[in-house]
Each structure stands twice: as C-alpha cells, then as structure tokens.
Design a protein around this ligand. Structure first.
Ligand SMILES: [Zn+2]
Length: 420
C-alpha cells in the first residue's frame, strides 16, 4: 500500500471549516491522519504550501450524455446512436474529474448510458467520477417532454423517455429502469423551469407518483422529480420523494416539510441565470422571476436545514460540460450564501445524497480518500474552483487521477470527440 502525505497545507472540511498548516496522510484508499505532525516514514511527500486540501466535489444533477448547443430540433437522446452518446458521456466524465468532481449523480439518461459508463469504470477501462446511474424520464403520455416527440415519428421510442400511464405501468416502468441499471429514477411531475407548459399543471397523477416512489423504494432505489410548483412539491415530499429537482415555487411551508423529511433540493439556478439574457418572451420572464425567488430563499432554506446540493443542466444551450466548478461561486455571488456553505453543498450534502455520508464528502481520518489539492484558498476566493488549472491534484479512492504537482505531471486523459 502506498502512503502519501500532504504537508503544510490548509485543510477545508465538508463543513467548510479551515485548519491551517496541517498534514494529511492517505494510506491506501483512506485518509488516516489530518492534523499536526510530520509525514510518516516512507511516505511520498507533497509540499502543500500555498494550497488547500478539500473533499472531492459532487455534481448531483448530471446528464452525462447531454450536449445541445442552440436548437437541434431533436429531443435529447435522438441526436446520436447509443454508442456515440456513451462516448460523449465518457468524454464528459473525464471533464468532471479534471474539474475536481469525483462523484456525480445522474438526473436522467437515454440508452442506459450511465450504467454503461459505470460498468466501464468498474472494469477499469475508463477513468471517471463515481457515478450513480440515472434512468430515462419515466413519465406519462402527452407530458411536456413526451410532446416534443411527435406522434408521426412513430414507430420507435423516444430514447430519453419511458412513457407510462396508470400506477401499474409506472411500477413496471420503474422496475424496467432498475433492470437497465438505474440507481436514481427520474420523473417529470410538472412543467416549468425551462420546460414549457402550464406551470400549475401536474404531469403525473398522485396515485402514479405514489406507485413510482413505492416501487423504487421497495428495491432500494431513490426517486428524484422535475418539479416546479408548490402544490406538487408538497405532495411529492409527503409521499417520500428523495430529491426535488429545480423546486421553483418553494416557500416557507415547503422548506419546513423538506427539512423535516430530509428531502434534497437541487435548485439548479445556473442554467436559468445563463439563459436569462439570451431568451425573451413569457416563458423566459417566468423562469427569470422564479430563479430570482429561488436565489432569494436559498439562504433561508439552508438555515432551516434543507439539504441543498449542486448540479445543473450542463450540456444544454449555454451551460457547457466542464464548467461545473463555477457553480459554487455563482451561488455565493448571486444568492449571498457563504463560501463555506457552498462547499458543504458540493461535498458533505452530495455524499449524503449518494448514500455515502460518513465515507465521502469530508477530510478526516477513516474517510475514503476522494480529495483535491487546490491552488490558494477557496474560502477566501470561491471562484478559484471555477478554473480547472487551480485544481492541481484530484485523488479518488486514494489514487491520483490528476497530479500537476508531481515531477512528471499526470493529467486526466480526456477522450477526443467529434461533436454531432
Ligand atoms: Zn436536467
């Protein structure tokens, strides 16, 4: 087992707390020491002067295969073959590692791309972050996303959507996605947040939603939902939904219930922020006003104990894959939360959502060694994390995935890809 010691470094833990001039020791796959003291004999020593060690970051709303620039006129998943989309997913996974994101949780995928990526990583033929695989969007006939796939394109299926109607079909749909490798089921509960439609409308009936959650939980699988109105959020959280994606329309009542139930919130305001100056019209105006309301209420939700995590629709329109680290600075600048809180959302809360609390998302003895060495101090300047050149070292499970501090720098190998 190799031992690595990072000396004279600032340690930032999953609560965003700082320890100066510390030594961090990694033995095998785990962190074994954090604190004062010299490097142990025989360790490979990295002088961390001027740098910080922090937990590997989590992107909890990840679409590994997405890349829509402008309007292709095609529903997501139809712009390439399953093989091509999987290669694109491999490319984006390398970008995630290079940016310091050692874990991602999928928010939906066509063609079981995530499960294939995970299998490739397990076999050791591909490098990438820990990935919790997503499902197709399990949703009803004529829900907003389904309507993008015109009836006259039949025969065939929308590769990103599994259409179900009625509780029994939803149960079967969830089990089908589990068979295809999904670990987090995605459903569309409402339109809103860039998905056009009547914002107060439900896309799934209460008994269908209940069936989804029960069928997934029976098999130990989690459920996340695209939801953007208060009534739907309250109902879904009451039913035991694990994660609210977007959550436009949350208010004090939603916050209280989500905090009580431990429901995760992925506010995903970076996409509407980026698109607000590029889009006009009624839908753009609604999206902007809901984004501003969310940014204003986030500090209150955090203070109330809602478990907020990062992640967004990278790969769609004006948010590129590889920009993930900019999201921390975005929330600090636009929502007024502290850099320490942004780090907690990106680390400790992400690990909790992945079901790995106590193993990942922190820098202390006993934890798995998913960690970064960053040039400078992100608690002083959180926007450092938005520049991948500042992410000098990425370690996952005790192994170097990127090491620009070695005599012979080791870079993340990013697969070349010709875009569709
Ligand atoms: Zn999404």
């Amino acid at each position: 087992m190799s031992i690595t010691a990072i000396t004279n470094v600032t340690v930032i833990d999953g609560a965003g707390q700082r320890t100066e001039a510390a030594t961090v020791v990694v033995d095998g796959e785990r962190i074994t020491h954090v604190g004062k003291g010299p490097a142990p004999a025989g360790a490979t020593v990295i002088d961390g002067t001027g740098c910080s060690v922090m937990p590997g970051l989590f992107n909890c709303h990840y679409h590994s295969s997405y890349r829509l620039v402008g309007s292709t006129g095609l529903p997501i998943g139809m712009e390439g073959s399953p093989g091509f989309l999987t290669l694109r997913g491999a490319h984006n996974c390398a970008l995630a590692l290079n940016s310091g994101f050692t874990s991602v949780i999928s928010a939906g995928t066509p063609h079981a791309v995530d499960a294939s990526l995970k299998a490739a990583m397990d076999e050791g033929i591909m490098r990438g972050p820990r990935i919790m695989a997503g499902s197709r969007d399990v949703s009803t006939t004529a829900h907003t996303q389904d309507k993008y796939f015109h009836w006259y394109w039949a025969p065939g299926q929308h590769p990103g959507v599994l259409v179900c109607d009625g509780p029994e079909e939803f149960r079967k749909g969830v089990r089908t996605e589990i068979k295809r490798g999904a670990e987090y089921i995605k459903v569309f509960a409402t339109p809103g947040h860039s998905v056009r439609g009547a914002y107060d409308q439900m896309e799934i009936s209460p008994d269908e939603l209940r069936a989804v959650i029960d069928a997934a939980h029976e098999r130990g699988v989690k459920v996340r939902a695209h939801i953007a109105n208060k009534k739907a959020i309250m109902m879904a959280v009451e039913y035991g939904l694990d994660a609210v994606d977007h959550g436009d329309g949350i208010d004090d009542e939603c916050i209280a219930l989500m905090a009580e139930r431990g429901t995760f919130l992925i506010p995903s305001c970076f996409f509407p922020f980026r698109s607000q100056h590029r889009r006009t019209g009624y839908h753009a105006d609604v999206m902007r006003s809901e984004m501003l309301a969310m940014l204003a209420i986030l500090p209150k939700a955090h203070a109330a104990g809602v478990k907020i995590v990062l992640g967004d629709d990278y790969g769609t329109l004006w948010l590129e894959h590889g920009e993930y680290g900019k999201e921390l600075g975005f929330y600090v600048d636009e929502s007024g939360i502290s850099p320490a809180d942004a780090i907690t959302w990106a680390t400790r809360n992400g690990a909790d959502m992945m079901g790995m609390a106590g193993e990942l998302g922190d820098i202390r003895p006993g934890m798995l060694a998913d960690l970064l060495i960053v040039k400078g101090d992100p608690l002083v300047d959180i926007n450092l994390l938005g520049d991948t050149d500042n992410v000098l070292v990425v370690m996952k499970n005790g192994e170097f995935e990127k090491n620009l501090m070695a005599d012979q720098p080791v870079r993340v190998a990013i697969p070349q890809l010709v875009n569709a």
